[in-house]
Design a protein around this ligand. Structure first.
Ligand code: GDP
Ligand code: IMO
Ligand code: MG
Length: 422
């Protein structure tokens, strides 16, 4: 099976980076297809910890790593990560960046922050990395793309046109300082020289690889419930993390994708605002956060913690067409005597459903129905195969697989690359 999408099945931070790094060992190309430096993917390999925001997690193993047209790119973060690769002895020429990807410009970051401030209590809780404003300009067809940095004249003109409008907004609507054309231009002309060697035809590269029977991995950032079209709108990101986004974001046909591996924690976390039915009430929330180290990689914010939500996961199976699941961080649940799992929602009219509500208000008011499974109350450090897991831990995994009717292919029992059971 040469091509696999790895996609977040919950609200992000499921451990996608770790799973991609693991599968990258047996892959020829790894592709990021959407999102930008709002992602934070942590990889622990050979005793070293990597925190990547912009690069595909394939870089850690030195695999060819491409950033597709569906991504948004912060030039400074991109170049910092190129330097990080060099510093750790990895030849950065493995990285190929699509000329069609959009650049996150400084005003996008300023607008993201200012707009969240204006929203006040209605804010989304974005990562403040300029993601929404960049995708908005892309959709409005006034964005600046990576390929624009290849031509100094075009780049200057585009910055000038953008600033003529953005500065008005910044001053008149958001009451913040405008940007100076010469300053931005000088900064981006400097980036241009350093970015240019990495720009390539990503769609063609991936198509060639697939035709040659090579193994291609598509790495989703963010997750199903943060998908712009199918997530918990408006508390979502501004791109399409779901599996079909891989085809659009890279520039290949959907028929080229063979498998879709969803990644889910054995519980759930969410960063930012928005409804979260299985969010834990009481002291177990903080306990789980501490045990799982649930603090954002990008923003350092506390991640909200919940018990596993099978209704939301069943939805992820549907909208991604998951062919299998990786269940990560099972080890984090090891000290709990009992483990509630959300199996259904109760809706406002008192009816119960196994299916994710189609309408926002129903989801906002949905209450979880929990079934409680026995915990195993012992560490999983010694298990090196699924058969060596305590019977209650195996039963937990089997329960999830049965409820979703999806095989669980991988089980995460620790942060390090080798702490995954097949
Ligand atoms: P991503 O955004 O989906 O790539 O996930 P993050 O890297 O933001 O968050 C996942 C965190 O859990 C990281 O700190 C990983 O090192 C860690 N992690 C991943 N899998 C496991 C696991 O099976 N057990 C434990 N204890 N930690 C894990
Ligand atoms: P990875 O790839 C978790 C959340 C933000 C906010 C919403 C919109 O590490 O799983 P944005 O900055 O994208 O406009 O924020 O989406 N969010 C994430 N939550 N993991 C992520 O990435 C996220 N990227 C964005 O917290 O609620
Ligand atoms: Mg993350």
């Amino acid at each position: 099976m040469p091509s696999t999408v790895v996609v977040g099945a919950q609200w992000g931070d499921e451990g996608k980076g770790k799973i991609v790094d693991l599968l990258a060992q047996e892959s020829d190309v790894v592709c990021r297809y959407q999102g930008g430096p709002n992602a934070g993917h942590t990889i622990v390999a050979d005793g070293e910890t990597w925190k990547l925001r912009q690069m595909p997690s394939g870089v850690v193993s030195g695999t060819t790593s491409v950033i597709g047209a569906g991504c948004v790119v912060d030039a400074q973060v991109f170049l910092d990560e190129i330097d990080l690769l060099r510093g750790r002895g990895i030849d950065p020429s493995i990285v190929v960046l699509s000329g069609n990807a959009h650049l996150i410009m400084p005003w996008h970051v300023t607008i993201d922050r200012a707009s969240e401030r204006r929203l006040g209590s209605l804010q989304i809780g974005t990562t403040r990395r300029g993601i929404g404003p960049t995708y908005a300009d892309k959709a409005s067809r006034i964005g600046i793309r990576v390929q624009d940095v290849l031509d100094a004249k075009i780049l200057r003109q585009k910055i000038e046109v953008a600033l003529a409008e953005k500065n008005l907004w910044l001053e008149k609507i958001y009451d913040v300082e405008p940007f100076d054309l010469e300053v931005v231009w000088a900064q981006y002309a400097g980036f241009a020289e350093r970015i240019a060697p990495f720009v390539g035809d990503v769609s063609l590269l991936v198509d060639d690889a697939l035709r040659a029977g090579k193994r291609v991995l598509f790495e989703g950032a963010q997750a199903t419930m943060l998908d712009l079209d199918h997530g918990s709108y408006p508390f979502v990101t501004s791109s399409n993390p779901i599996a079909s986004g891989a085809a659009t974001g890279i520039g290949i046909g959907p028929t080229r994708i063979d498998r879709v591996l969803g990644v889910s924690k054995a519980y759930v976390t969410r960063v930012g605002e928005g409804p979260f039915p299985s969010e834990i009430e009481g002291s177990d929330q903080a306990r789980l956060r501490e045990l799982g180290g649930e603090y954002g990689t990008v923003t350092g914010r506390e991640r909200r913690c919940g018990w596993l939500d099978l209704v939301a996961l069943r939805y992820a199976v549907r909208v991604n067409g998951l062919t299998s699941l990786a269940l990560t961080k099972l080890d984090v649940l090891s000290t709990f005597e009992e483990l509630p799992v959300c199996v259904r929602y109760t809706l406002r009219d008192g009816s119960e459903t196994e299916h994710f509500p189609a309408h926002q208000s129903d989801f906002h008011h949905a209450r979880p129905v929990f079934e409680t499974l026995p915990g195993w109350a012992q560490p999983l450090d010694d298990a090196s195969t699924v058969d060596e897991l305590p019977p209650e831990a195996r039963a937990y995994v089997e329960f999830v697989s049965r409820a979703l009717d999806v095989p669980i292919e991988l089980v995460g029992v620790g942060a390090a690359r080798d702490r995954v059971l097949a």
